[in-house]
Design a binder for this molecule. Structure first.
Ligand SMILES: Cc1ncc(COP(=O)(O)O)c(C=O)c1O
Length: 408
C-alpha cells in the first residue's frame, strides 16, 4: 500500500532520475511511472472480498498503466470511444468494461454495444431510451445502473458538483418518472452515485455513503428495480498538501461492508482513479529562470499547466522536491510555467534556497490527472515524454514531440 509519506523522493528514485540521459532534443520535461510499486499497491487494494474494483481510465490512459491494472484484475470504466479503444487495444475483454459519462449519444451507445460492452451507467432518460432501442436492434440485454444525483443539507462544493446541479445523472425525482418495465431490453439492476472529490477523511466518506442509502433503496423500490448493484464511483483522496491527511484502506473496507449490508446489495463497486494510480507517477521539469519580483521568489519552469493543468483547476498543487541533493534551508517559491497567463502556476511551495537555473524539480502524485488532463497545445511548446520504471529500469513509452507534430 502506498503511504502518504513526505519521503517519496527515495534515494533509488532520485538516482534513477539523475541518471536519466536526455536523448531526445525535444524533451523538456517528462512523466515517469513506477510500475512495480503500482502493481503491489493494486494487489493490496484487491486483497478483500467486499468490493469489486474498476479503474476510471480518465485518471491515466497510458497503455502500460492499463496493462498493470489488468494484471491486478481490475475492471475498467471508460467514458469515451477513445478510452474504450485504448483499453481494448491492451487485450482487455469487453465484458470487463463499463461505460460512464453524460454525453452518450445513440451512435456511441450502439458502437459500444457492438464492441461487446455490456454494462452501462445511464445518466439521462434519453440515454435509457437510446440504449433500449440499440439493444433491441442488436438483440442484446446489457446491465444498466442509473446514475443518481442527490442533494445534501450540508453538502460540499467540489469538482464533481457536491450540492450543485451537474449533468452527472438525474435526481431521484426525475428517475421516479420511469419504470423498469418500460425498458424490457435492459437489465436494470443497480444505481450509481458519485458527486464528491478527493476525500481525505474516512469519517466524512462513511457519513456521506450512509446518508445516501435510504434514498437509493427507496428509489429502486419505487421504479420496480431489484437493487443488486450499488456503484459508489471514486473520490478517494490523495494528500496533495502533504498535511498528513490520509485515508485508511482497511477502514474503507470495513465501512463499505456496513454500507453493503445496509443497502442489501449483492455487489458493491468502486471506480478508482487517483487512489489507484496517483502515487506511482512523477513529473520532472527543469528551472529556466529564477528572479525576485516585488519580494516574491519566482521560479519559471520549462513547462507548467501545458503539461500539468490540475493545480490551476483545483488550486491543489502537486508536492515538489529538488531532484539533486541539497542541505540548504527551504524557502517558499512561486512556481510558474511558460504560458502567457498567470493561471500558469504550479504552486507556492517550499524548496531549498540554493536552487538554480537548470536544476530539475520533481512533482509527486502525478500518476493521475497529469499528461492527458493538460493543455499541451497553447503557445506551441513541446509535449511531455512518458516513461515507466520496471525492475529498476527506466524506459520510454511516449517520446516528447515538438509543436510541428501537432500543428497544421
Ligand atoms: C464516473 C467517475 N467514476 C470515477 C472517477 C474517478 O474519480 P477519482 O479519481 O476521484 O477516484 C471519476 C472522475 O471524474 C468519474 O467521473
Amino acid at each position: 500500500m502506498f503511504e502518504n509519506s513526505k519521503n517519496w523522493l527515495t534515494p533509488t528514485l532520485r538516482n534513477t532520475l539523475l541518471e536519466h540521459p536526455q536523448l531526445n532534443e525535444h524533451e523538456l520535461a517528462y512523466f515517469v511511472y513506477q510500475l512495480d510499486e503500482l502493481k503491489q499497491h493494486l494487489l493490496d487494494l484487491q486483497d478483500q472480498d467486499v468490493i469489486k474494483l474498476w479503474y476510471a481510465v480518465k485518471a491515466n490512459p497510458l497503455s502500460r498503466i492499463i496493462q498493470t491494472l489488468d494484471s491486478a484484475a481490475f475492471n475498467f470504466d471508460v467514458a469515451s470511444a477513445g478510452e474504450l479503444q485504448q483499453v481494448l487495444a491492451q487485450g482487455v475483454v469487453p465484458e470487463r468494461i463499463l461505460n460512464t459519462g453524460p454525453a452518450k449519444s445513440l451512435t456511441q451507445l450502439t458502437e459500444f454495444l457492438t464492441q461487446g460492452v455490456s454494462v452501462f451507467i445511464v445518466e439521462s432518460i434519453n440515454q435509457l431510451k437510446w440504449l433500449n432501442q440499440a439493444a433491441k436492434k442488436l438483440n442484446k440485454r446489457p446491465k444498466v445502473l442509473l446514475r443518481v444525483q442527490l442533494q445534501w443539507q450540508e453538502g460540499e462544493k467540489n469538482p464533481l458538483g457536491g450540492n450543485s446541479v451537474t449533468p452527472f445523472g438525474l435526481s431521484t425525482g426525475e428517475w421516479q418518472e420511469i419504470h423498469v418495465k418500460q425498458y424490457p431490453q435492459l437489465n436494470l439492476c443497480g444505481l450509481h452515485i458519485f458527486q464528491w472529490g478527493n476525500m481525505l477523511s474516512n469519517q466524512k466518506m462513511y457519513a456521506l455513503w450512509q446518508q445516501m442509502v435510504s434514498a437509493l433503496v427507496e428509489l429502486a423500490c419505487s421504479i420496480g428495480m431489484p437493487l443488486n448493484i450499488l456503484d459508489l464511483g471514486g473520490g478517494l483522496g490523495v494528500d496533495y498538501f502533504e498535511q498528513g491527511e490520509t485515508l485508511s484502506w482497511p477502514q474503507i473496507i470495513a465501512d463499505l461492508a456496513h454500507i453493503k449490508a445496509q443497502a442489501n446489495v449483492e455487489e458493491l463497486w468502486l471506480e478508482l482513479g487517483r487512489y489507484a494510480v496517483a502515487h506511482c507517477g512523477y513529473y520532472v521539469v527543469p528551472v529556466v529562470d529564477r528572479k525576485v519580483n516585488y519580494q516574491q521568489q519566482q521560479l519559471v519552469l520549462a513547462a507548467g499547466i501545458n503539461h500539468l493543468l490540475r493545480p490551476a483547476i483545483t488550486e491543489q498543487p502537486f508536492p515538489v522536491r529538488l531532484l539533486r541533493d541539497s542541505s540548504a534551508p527551504s524557502t517558499y517559491f512561486d512556481l510558474y510555467g511558460p504560458l502567457c497567463t498567470s493561471l500558469d502556476k504550479l504552486g507556492h511551495l517550499p524548496l531549498p534556497e540554493d536552487i538554480e537555473v537548470a536544476d530539475q524539480l520533481v512533482f509527486a502524485y502525478a500518476g493521475a490527472y497529469g499528461f492527458t488532463e493538460s493543455m499541451p497545445f497553447f503557445l506551441c511548446h513541446q509535449t511531455a515524454a512518458e516513461y515507466v520504471i520496471e525492475n529498476g529500469k527506466m524506459s520510454e513509452v511516449r517520446a516528447a514531440q515538438p509543436a510541428s507534430w501537432y500543428l497544421a
